[in-house]
Structure formats: structure tokens, C-alpha cells
Design a protein around this ligand. Structure first.
Ligand code: NAP
Length: 335
């Protein structure tokens, strides 16, 4: 396959530390350019990563006719606007999570998504541990799946960090709650019907620093999660079924190239003697993500894919309902 020519919008941490190294390691990607609001910052990043072209504005990168696909890891409030700008320039867009701040904003990308590929960059769904967990659920190894439980936390109260600025889409629900919502939708392979949330906001920053939620997937299936930007770093996904349980130990920040472990308990013995631990193949989930996207760009298949705008819209609907529930104090339908 001829490599897809990519450009990266901004000198974001996630780009420099994870996604750009993944792109550079892949024969399916030709990383041509990086853009920043500051030309010297773009030049420094380009020099250190070995990227041929640096641009001093995002618009200049989008005007480069050689670029076919753009990676958008801007702060959350710029995800949809810069995705639309990239799509208007004819570029496919892999956009960081959360794709949109609201369902209405996600809807505004509908026309663009009929012309180019647009995808919310949930790298985890490409990782062998997520694929294996879903395979075990599908194979009935835990009986009927009943509950998905997710915990995801870290401690960051730096007011300068994009995660702690409410005006640009900061806070726990947008930043990491989106992964919990994804875990429920991915493992149940269904959409939730209604949701309720309990939100604690930092009195100074204004962002949600501890958010818990319950989502009703119907047919006796529930997702419960807690996410926090001001708690000790911890992450887990548990899937509990009628006869068994699956546990992912590092479900979101799997080490690049590391071998993750998954626990399968098919006997439910409380002393743990019915648990088997599987070691999964080494993987770089960011490389798998950009390669999957690049293949779909080259295949030229229809723009609406299983992980495309429809999926991003489904995510946004759940997050909207959780914000509504924060205000109403009640269960809210997921429209
Ligand atoms: N998938 C994952 O594993 C993962 C992990 C972490 C983060 N993310 C997502 O990736 C995005 C970036 O996160 P990050 O932690 O890498 O953030 P970051 O280091 O703060 O990068 C954001 C970049 O956006 C640009 N920018 C434009 N307007 C800005 C503004 N008003 N304030 C701050 N920066 C602005 C800056 O680049 P220039 O100065 O170069 O223009 C900045 O470097 C977020 O949407 C986040 O949710 C995803």
C-alpha cells in the first residue's frame, strides 16, 4: 500500500509522545508536516522528530495539497472547528477524543463526514486487550454480560493544563469519562437508553473533578463508572456476567509495545483460584489506530464507518445526557 501522507495539528503532548512516534514507525504513514501557532515551536518539533515540513499556523498546513490526512489533537473546543476546516480542504481527519462538546456540535460535522473519513481517536479499541475482552464476551465465556464497571483517575490540578479549563472543554467527564462510556458501548455492543450522574466540581477551576455515572443499557445491563482528575492514578475495567468476569488492569494507558494482561474468572471462586491470566501480544495501540485509519483512506471505501461520525455522535449523546442529569439531578433519556 502506498503510504498515506499525514499532517499533525499542533505540538501537543499526546502527539509528540505517542502518536507521532507511532506514525514514524509505520510503513503505511508518510508524516509530512507539523503545524503550531508558533513557527519556532513547529520547527523545533519537526527537527527533533525528523518531520520534513513545519508550518506556523494550522491553516497553512491545511493548505498543503500533498497532505491527505490530518491528526487533530487540539484542545477539545477546537476538535470540531478544525476538523471542519480540514475536511473543507479535502483532508481526512483522525480527531482526538472527545470529538465534540455536544451532540449539536457533533451533528454539524455530518455533511463533512459524507465527503471525508472522520473518526474519534479512541486508540484503545485497536488494542489486543480490548479486542480479546469483547471476543470473550461474544463467546459467552462470562455467561450473559450484566455489568461493566470502570474506574479511571489521575491527579492534575494545574490551572494551566487544558484539562482544567472549563471554557475549552476541560474536566473529567470529557477527558476520561468518554473512555468509560466507550467501554460500556464496546463491550455490550449496544447503546444506553438513559443515564444519571453525580458530579463534584472544583470550586476554583470550575471543572468536574469527580464524576460518577450509571447508564442503563436495557435488558438488565448496566455501566457504572467513576472518573476523577484529582485522585490517585488508577484504572480498571471489569465486565461481570452471570457466570464469569473479565478484568483489564491497564485498560487505557497500555504501555507502548508492552504486553498487557487480562484476567478471566470463569468460576467465581472468591479466593481467586478460578482466575486465569492471559498475556496479550505486544502492541502499540496508537500505531494500530493510525494504520487502520490509513488503510481505510487508501481503500477509498464509504466514508461512514463503524468508528466514524455515527459512533462519535453516539458518544456525544451520552455525555450530553450526563450533563443534563448533573443539572436536573434525575435520570435523563439518551436521545
Ligand atoms: N488518545 C489519547 O491517548 C490521548 C491522550 C492525551 C490527550 N488526548 C487528547 O488530545 C488532545 C490534546 O491533549 P494534550 O494533553 O496533548 O494537550 P496539550 O499538550 O496541551 O496540547 C494541545 C495543543 O493544542 C494547541 N493549542 C491551540 N489552542 C490552544 C489553547 N487555547 N490552549 C492550549 N493549547 C492550544 C497547542 O499547540 P501549539 O502551541 O503547537 O499550536 C497545544 O500544544 C485533547 O483533546 C486530549 O483529550 C488523547
Amino acid at each position: 500500500m502506498k503510504p498515506v501522507v499525514w499532517g499533525v495539528l499542533s505540538t501537543s503532548k499526546i502527539g509528540l509522545e505517542h502518536v507521532i512516534p507511532a506514525m514514524l514507525s509505520s510503513p503505511l504513514v508518510e508524516l509530512r508536516a507539523i503545524a503550531s501557532r508558533s513557527l519556532p515551536a513547529a520547527q523545533a518539533a519537526a527537527r527533533s522528530a525528523g518531520i520534513p515540513q513545519a508550518y506556523g499556523s494550522y491553516e497553512a498546513l491545511l493548505a498543503d495539497p500533498a497532505i491527505e490526512a490530518v491528526y487533530n489533537p487540539l484542545p477539545n473546543h477546537l476538535h470540531v472547528p478544525m476538523t471542519l476546516a480540514a475536511a473543507a480542504a479535502g483532508k481526512h481527519v483522525l480527531c482526538e477524543k472527545p470529538f465534540a462538546l455536544s451532540t449539536a456540535e457533533a451533528q454539524s460535522a455530518k455533511d463533512a463526514a459524507s465527503r471525508v473519513l472522520i473518526e474519534e481517536a479512541f486508540m484503545v479499541r485497536h488494542h489486543p486487550q480490548w479486542l480479546r475482552a469483547r471476543e470473550l464476551v461474544r463467546a459467552g465465556r462470562i455467561g450473559t454480560p450484566r455489568a461493566v464497571q470502570v474506574f479511571f483517575s489521575y491527579f492534575n490540578d494545574d490551572a494551566a493544563n487544558i484539562r482544567n479549563q472549563p471554557g475549552i472543554g476541560g474536566g473529567a467527564l470529557y477527558d476520561i469519562g468518554c473512555y468509560a462510556v466507550l467501554a460500556g458501548r464496546y463491550l455490550f455492543e449496544a447503546e444506553p437508553l438513559r443515564a444519571v450522574s453525580l458530579v463534584d466540581r472544583d470550586p476554583v477551576l470550575g471543572t468536574d473533578r469527580l464524576t460518577s455515572a450509571l447508564l442503563d443499557f436495557g435488558s438488565g445491563r448496566q455501566l457504572g463508572f467513576t472518573v476523577s482528575t484529582q485522585s490517585v492514578p488508577f484504572q480498571r475495567v471489569q465486565v461481570v456476567g452471570t457466570t464469569g468476569r473479565i478484568e483489564l488492569f491497564i485498560p487505557f494507558n497500555a504501555a507502548r509495545g508492552g504486553q498487557m494482561k487480562l484476567a478471566l474468572d470463569e468460576g467465581g471462586r472468591l479466593d481467586g483460584s478460578s482466575i486465569t491470566v492471559e498475556t496479550l501480544p505486544a502492541a502499540d495501540q496508537y500505531r494500530l489506530e493510525v494504520e487502520d485509519f490509513s488503510r481505510r483512506v487508501r481503500e477509498g471505501a464509504g466514508c461512514e464507518t463503524a468508528s466514524g461520525l455515527g459512533d462519535a455522535l453516539a458518544q456525544a449523546r451520552v455525555i450530553d445526557a450526563l450533563w443534563h442529569s448533573e443539572r436536573s439531578g434525575r435520570w435523563e433519556p439518551i436521545a
